[in-house]
Design a protein around this ligand. Sequence first.
Ligand code: AMP
Ligand code: ZN
Length: 495
Amino acid sequence: MALRLHNTLTGTLEPLEPLEPDHVRIYSCGPTVYDRAHIGNFRTFLWEDLLRRYLKLRGYRVTQVMNLTDVDDRTINAAIEQGRTLEEITRPVERQFFEDWEALGLEPMEHYPRATEHVDAMIELVRRLEDRELTYDRDGSVYFAIGRYPEYGRLVGLDERDLASAGRAEGDEEYSKEDPRDFVLWKGGEREEGDVALWESPWGPGRPGWHLECSAMSMEYLGESFDIHTGGVDNIFPHHTNEMAQSEGATGRSFARYWLHAEHLLVDGGKMSKSLGNYYTVPDLVERGHRPSAIRYLLLSAHYRTQLNFTLEGLAKADRALERLEEFHRRLRAARAPEPSATRGVEPDRASIGELSRRAREAFFSAMDDDLSVSDAIASVFMMVREVNRELDRTGDRLTAGDGESALALLGEFDAVFGVLSLRAGERGDADPALVAWMDERIAARQAARDARDYARADAIRREIEERGIVIEDTPDGTRWKPVGEAVSAVDTTD
Ligand code: AMP
Ligand code: ZN
């Protein structure tokens, strides 16, 4: 079955058919870097990460672009208020953004263009719109003339009354426009002392409009037509509506083919936002003792087209669910092969575990294929956790290698998309993820040696581990380990 996604443009679920068969090109609207992003912003970014990871799991190559809006009213106002340059405001916020990005385990995208470094491409785009007579100048500013572009508003099917606000959202000067619905492409400005953001242009000094930034940068990195454009629902109008008009108006070609929008993260029933002051950032929550892996899990655990109400109790619950999953993962890895002679009557039920993992995997993929239905996908994994735990209880933690592997493989696929177990492994004891992976492998090898009664080999592996400065302890729940002091920070796994 093909992956189906909800396209805002048509209001329906559509099978994904990328322009190039094995390659998906995605543009995701990024942060305005005037202040640290909050976890509402990260809900949208995490879902964009989930989409990316799922496409990769399904075998696609992904090229994904996220812009950094480092010039707009908010960044300029912050610079003026604090008597700084634009860069002095935006660069530290960019660093915070990437710190949080990494803490929450988002994969790096292919490109993060800054608006201020693409002004030439934006000017070029306005010139193309001029050539097509879709613009007019007023007092050094250039506007998009909605009345000359009948296709305007296809994304939302707006009526005339709604269109009246298309330009106003950017604080455009009403009096200078031909039509109040028009929006600004290039904002003219006087060169005065204290100006923090002015570029030369054919229309005099000024700066690009916000919508123009995304049109120019998406086309520069992905081409004039590409596959998927994403953002939060607040982006549909006016931002994406204007972006689409400018891009298609300039090229005469279809811009993004699938428009995907995520619903908001709420607090007490209202949108989490900077202006309402009802927000948390990642460090806010970490300081309160919450783990980034729990934040990631919570924000990913509701379908992207439903609103999610954020509470600290919800976060604690997400942490517990993750704890169960992690414990299961540990137990599964520590499970031993059955001893045929000693386990008569409690032998692992091979057919049922194998069959169970197969069914859970099928349910996982079909849920994700259905517009990334995460709740059903997660439910299928927990169904397997329950059943396999029951089987492990019954057999005294014994599973055949094949059964253990099929359950582990599904967990691996789940985590390739959700990225929570690997993130948590990194958080656990501040251990290096490479070390955790190496230890997992060594502990499994030691267990296999013991199961085969090759005690010399098991001892050799224990010594090898201890030489790395790790102590291990065998418990009824499996083998535990921890680094002694600061002994190990990185591990060479090649030998
Ligand atoms: P901004 O920095 O305001 O341009 O927003 C960056 C991204 O975060 C956009 O895709 C917004 O739609 C999204 N966003 C803003 N607030 C929320 C929220 N409360 N919940 C989910 N996404 C949000
Ligand atoms: Zn954008």
